[in-house]
Design a protein around this ligand. Structure first.
Ligand code: FES
Length: 106
């Protein structure tokens, strides 16, 4: 599947990846700057924050209570489409997934 990551300066990175693992894993494996993911997916850092564009945001399972809790600690303003990329499992249904990266993760 293809996933698109749009940095705060509008530079877009497109990755072709298998539909498995998390968006955070795919992004960090490709060294996409803008996703720090300090905790490695343990949901304790909130430095993997992304803004998910429609129609994909609506296709995602809703955030867990733990994810909602960590979203209180994002460095850039939280928005209704804010998610932690370590919690977003890539599936075939997400082909074309487009997310905006926040201006800062710290
Ligand atoms: Fe730390 Fe997602 S990688 S909360």
């Amino acid at each position: 599947i293809k996933i698109h990551l749009v940095a705060a300066d509008a530079v877009e990175t497109t990755l072709s990846v298998k539909p498995k693992g998390s968006l955070m894993q795919a992004a960090t494996a490709a060294n996409v700057s803008g996703i720090a993911a300090d905790c490695g997916g343990l949901m304790t850092c909130a430095t993997c924050h992304v803004y998910v564009r429609e129609p994909f945001a609506a296709r995602l399972p809703p955030p867990s209570a733990e994810e909602l809790g960590m979203l209180e600690f994002t460095a850039s303003p939280r928005q209704p489409n804010s998610r932690l990329s370590c919690q977003l499992e890539l599936t075939q249904d997400l082909d074309g997934l487009t997310v905006d990266l926040p201006a800062k993760q710290y």
